[in-house]
Design a protein around this ligand. Structure first.
Ligand SMILES: C[S@@+](CC[C@H](N)C(=O)[O-])C[C@H]1O[C@@H](n2cnc3c(N)ncnc32)[C@H](O)[C@@H]1O
Length: 209
């Protein structure tokens, strides 16, 4: 039977406020000491499925608030025996600080986050000031946060929120957007946007040492 996947869920709803169980990193990854990368809002996980095969010496954790997608992504990963990839059902806004220890994350990707256009819904956007603060704690010095969006207003809001935090420094160009994606794999949403000839707004932040 086909399972209906909701397009959006409200991250502020009570059912997404609970604490998450601590991850057993040794059970998740063959080598838990490899550098850790987070993909926030990984949806079906196709981007990380490719990244994990492309970069076997890195560990990847996809975090997604729609549980059905997480279960499907882990099932698709299993036959490939990728010991450096895991998908987790969680609301990143409540989970990040308890999920990872300070200075343990090498890189964070936030790609095409839900725009929540209506003014009264903008508190549902994933990059809130508290998330930036949590990122400042969990990303190690020299690590990065990469963002991209097809919605200019969303990209500007995220860029400004991260840029105003003293832990992060925006990499060139600071007066515009990256024209190319520095990562070797495009997300599903990115491919769709580019196929339609629409612009993508990207920027890269370095965590200060
Ligand atoms: C528009 S999709 C983009 C998917 C993918 N990153 C891409 O670029 O193709 C945004 C995803 O973020 C997820 N999401 C939204 N808020 C979230 C939250 N607070 N925690 C975790 N995932 C969230 C949504 O469920 C959705 O799958």
């Amino acid at each position: 039977m086909a399972v209906r996947v909701r397009q959006h869920v409200n991250p502020l709803s009570q059912k997404f406020q609970g604490a998450i169980a601590a991850l057993n990193w040794s059970a998740i990854y063959i080598n838990p000491n490899q550098p850790l990368f987070l993909d926030i809002g990984c949806a079906r996980g196709q981007f990380l499925l490719e990244m994990a095969q492309f970069q076997p010496h890195h560990n990847f954790l996809g975090i997604e608030i729609r549980q059905v997608l997480v279960e499907a992504a882990n099932q698709e990963r299993d036959p490939l025996h990728l010991g450096n990839l895991h998908y987790l059902f969680a609301n990143i806004n409540t989970a990040l600080s308890s999920l990872v220890s300070p200075s343990t994350v090498q890189g964070v990707m936030i790609q095409f986050p839900d725009p929540w256009f209506k003014r009264r819904h903008q508190k549902r956007r994933v990059v809130q000031p508290q998330l930036v603060q949590d990122l400042a704690i969990c990303v190690r010095s020299g690590g990065f946060v990469f963002i991209q969006s097809d919605i200019l207003a969303v990209a500007v809001e995220i860029r400004d929120r991260i840029a105003e935090h003293p832990a992060f420094e925006q990499m060139e160009p600071t007066d515009g957007w990256l024209t190319q994606n520095p990562l070797p794999v495009a997300t599903e949403r990115e491919r769709l946007t580019l196929e339609q000839g629409l612009p993508v707004y990207r920027c890269w932040f370095h965590k200060r040492g």
